[in-house]
Write a protein that binds this ligand. Structure first.
Ligand SMILES: *[C@@H]1O[C@H](CO)[C@@H](O)[C@H](O)[C@H]1NC(C)=O
Length: 79
């Protein structure tokens, strides 16, 4: 049952990426919610390590290769 739910989430996750030369593909929308420079919002890519610590990778989502038991977090944040 869990795998059914997981694939449902994957199918409905619609992301939009923008390719920057020096950073690689960069996430700028998820399910129609775009980053907004006027409102200072953006999608922050975070990785939760198996030990529970959270790091922000220094590459874009298209270039990040997750390790075993890592979770990718798409955190809609303000700056
Ligand atoms: C998302 O980002 C905010 C702002 O940087 C931070 O306070 C919060 O802990 C983050 N949430 C998660 C689940 O990492």
């Amino acid at each position: 049952q869990w795998s059914t739910a997981a694939s449902l989430i994957c199918m409905t996750l619609l992301i939009n990426i923008h390719d920057f030369q020096d950073y690689g593909p960069y996430l700028n929308s998820v399910n129609g919610l775009f980053e907004d420079r006027g409102k200072h919002t953006y999608w922050k890519l975070e990785v939760r390590k198996p030990d529970g610590s959270i790091v922000v990778p220094d590459v874009g989502i298209g270039c990040y290769i997750p390790g075993k038991d890592e979770e990718i977090i798409l955190n809609y944040s303000k700056y």
